[in-house]
Design a protein around this ligand. Structure first.
Ligand code: PEP
Ligand code: MG
Length: 360
């Protein structure tokens, strides 16, 4: 665990005395959470859940769920994953006791969990318990030409509701368990990815609230939680006023927001962006520092519309930009409540948030 003593620790104390924005960490494992806390993170701003699904011990159950022909078979496969997922969240809640933890529901395209090469089909089909022909057919059905614009994010939650139902149950069961067992305050914030329309969030929020009520009824224990959304598509930024009706917080996903606002693939940008920056087309790499004129405008607009609809809405940022000092300065000008960044950037963000507040 990092040691925040000596001059470095003193500098951080000075920074904390001046900053206004909270600093959280993007963390998805107990190790990440311990590192983040050691560096002074004031919560988890983004716990991505996809790597939990890739875990070698679980991938067969995940594949069985994806390859299932209907909701009942999917739910049966997901039941196998529930205890594992509950343990994932309980470990994180325990380490982050007393601090908010934003858990993002599953985001990636499902075909990422399936084998890409014919050579692996025999083994995977045997493990899952279907024929190689059936596997080949499902893999080709799930194939997408543009997976980043495809069947991912909340679109999974809308079309395969069993997935988010399992995750919500795991979150609330873990939260109640940790609260009862350790006496700690557990503050779950459930975050829905890739929302573009108010209705998507309404449907999923109703489901999450329903599962929470079920778990509280079963356990005889309730706790406070928030449901909110990522704002990572331009349409969501534009409709933020209506989306805020179902969102207690917005977290700006500036990785996808940059990709979709600029129409530049976040995975391939390096091929030409350097030339673009050299030629002054973009002032800086927009995937490192917020493109203030484009993406920044969308964030400002969404913050304004979100606040107009729900004055107490909590606003944060969880894209990579949350650890970049120039972007942090921009977030301060909008009065965001927190930034969230990788655990090792937390001290940089604390300092940058203080400098931005002083400058303001
Ligand atoms: C984002 O899009 O900015 C984000 C934080 O989500 P991810 O990087 O997981 O897509
Ligand atoms: Mg994203």
């Amino acid at each position: 665990e990092p040691e925040m003593a000596g001059d470095f620790g003193r500098l951080m104390v000075w920074a904390d005395a001046h900053r206004r924005m909270k600093v959280r960490a993007n963390a998805e494992t107990p190790d990440d959470c311990r590192t983040a806390r050691g560096f002074g993170a004031e919560g988890v701003g983004l716990c991505r859940t996809e790597h939990m699904f890739f875990d070698a011990a679980r991938i067969t159950a995940v594949r069985r769920m994806i390859l299932a022909e209907d909701g009942t078979a999917r739910a049966a496969a997901l039941a196998e994953l529930l205890p594992e997922q509950r343990a994932d969240f309980a470990a994180i809640f325990e380490i982050m006791a007393g601090l908010p933890v934003t858990i993002r529901l599953l985001d990636p395209p499902l075909h990422e969990f399936l084998p890409a090469h014919e050579a692996d089909f025999d083994e995977v089909a045997a493990a899952v318990g279907i024929s190689v022909q059936a596997l080949r057919r499902r893999v080709s059905e799930l194939h997408e030409f543009n997976p980043m614009l495809g069947h991912r994010g909340c679109r999974l939650g809308i079309t395969y509701p069993e997935i988010y139902a399992m995750q919500a149950r795991a979150i609330f069961e873990a939260a109640v368990d940790v609260a009862v067992r350790t006496g700690a305050t557990v503050v779950p914030e459930v975050m829905v990815p890739l929302v573009a329309t108010p209705r998507e969030l309404e449907i999923i929020k109703a489901q999450i609230d329903g599962v929470a009520a079920e778990v509280f009824g079963e356990t005889g224990r309730t706790l406070d939680y928030l449901v909110g959304t990522m704002i990572e598509l331009p349409r969501a930024a534009l409709r933020a006023g209506e989306i805020a009706a179902a969102a207690e917080f917005f977290s700006f996903g500036t990785n996808d927001l940059t990709q979709t606002a600029l129409g530049i693939s976040r995975d391939d940008a390096a091929r030409f962006l350097q030339v673009y920056v050299e030629q002054g087309i973009y002032a800086r790499d927009p995937f490192v520092s917020i493109d203030v004129e484009g993406v920044g405008e969308l964030i400002a607009l969404a913050a304004e519309r979100g606040r107009a609809a729900r004055p107490e809405i909590k606003l944060g940022i969880c894209g990579e930009h949350g650890g970049d000092p120039l972007s942090i300065a921009f977030c301060e000008t909008l009065g965001l409540d927190y930034v969230s960044c990788s655990p090792y950037r937390v001290p940089i963000a604390r300092l940058a948030a203080a400098q931005a507040a002083l400058r303001r």
